[in-house]
Design a protein around this ligand. Sequence first.
Ligand code: HAM
Length: 415
Amino acid sequence: MGFQKMPGTQDLLPGQVERWQFVESKAREICRRFNFREIRTPMFESTDLFRRGVGETTDIVEKEMYTFEDRGGRSLTLRPEGTAGVVRAYVENKMYGEPDLTKLYYIGPMFRYERQQAGRYRQFHQFGVEALGSVDPALDAEVIALGYTFYTEVGLRDVRVEINSVGTPEVRAAFRGKLLEFLEPKRSVLCKDCQSRMDRNPLRVLDCKHDQHHFEGAPSILDSLDEASSRHFEKVKQHLSDMDIPYDINSRLVRGLDYYTNTAFEFKAEGIGAIDTIGGGGRYNGLVGEIGGPDQPGVGFGLGIERTVMILEHQQGGEAAKPRIDVYLVALGEAAERETVKQLQLLRQAGLSAERDYQGRKMKAQMKSADRYAARYTAILGDDELAAGQISLKEMDTGEQRMVPLASLASEIKG
Ligand code: HAM
């Protein structure tokens, strides 16, 4: 039966890939405006980096990593997310030594062995940003603003921003105790996931989709914040309001990765079945130190490209606009055919997209091919025109046809 792609992976065919290209080019363009520069890190790293960085008790590390031993006996893992690798590169390349902030972005594949579901893949793609070197709450707000601007400018409607503060590790330790006091009497009625999370990472229990009705009256981490964390959170909210970025406070929002401190946020939208989170991030003041660097703070997000594209399709329908070619060259006769090979090269060098027939088809079939490529022009060359140094140029939208000198074909098309 031949081969098939692995579960949780996708082929992006022409016709689908255009929307991806559009989304990616928007991401790059917006990062340019926000003064974030691209970084490309390896797709695999040492397994220990993710254990340390993402956290031993997270779902990612416990059950979702693609981990293998290479032929040199090293334990490697396909990156399940982008932050740990970026922070590793930041430390390894001593980028913290630069006088300005380090503002980085990346676009690329990530790998998690997850249960398949609409919007959940095993190879998926993130657009992410990381800003390292400042504790200024304006930077948290800037990162959220960048993500919001991205969604708005790719054309997504009704994206919601939810924010929370998860405080410091000390705040969380104290809150964990209070929360467990509230949860313990309910243990037996909670779902299996919640029960296991109560033991491993109680804060995540409040994130559960099924058990929300049991959490009425649960303590809020926002009531447990220390003064500095409270002040930080207030400032982030102020800046968001100043920038007219709408947000909701969700005190139960706890992200699935361990490194967050203070600000945690998610972008949400409807349109992919049960999943409504399309991006998330937050501040991680301890992570750089945790993986062996100096004590430098950071804040960033990761946005799922599959989920962005799925919601765009849901809201806008169908395929993205088909790309057009500039000109289709039709040759009639042997000498003309030889000339089109050369002309094609000249047109392409002049910056035009150009195509011809390679299947020996009749003129009519070639014209149909030009239509399928949505060519703006068709240029028809017969041996007689060739002898006169001319070519017939037809503008496809108007049907207008004229003879132009072969030598100026490219400039005639460029107009
Ligand atoms: P995350 O919440 O694990 O955060 O992932 C961010 C986004 O990646 C999700 O909101 C979702 O859109 C997408 N995503 C995650 N898993 C899948 C999947 N299996 N299939 C499709 N899309 C998925 C992080 O990864 C953090 N590194 C974000 C961050 C950067 N925080 C600070 N800096």
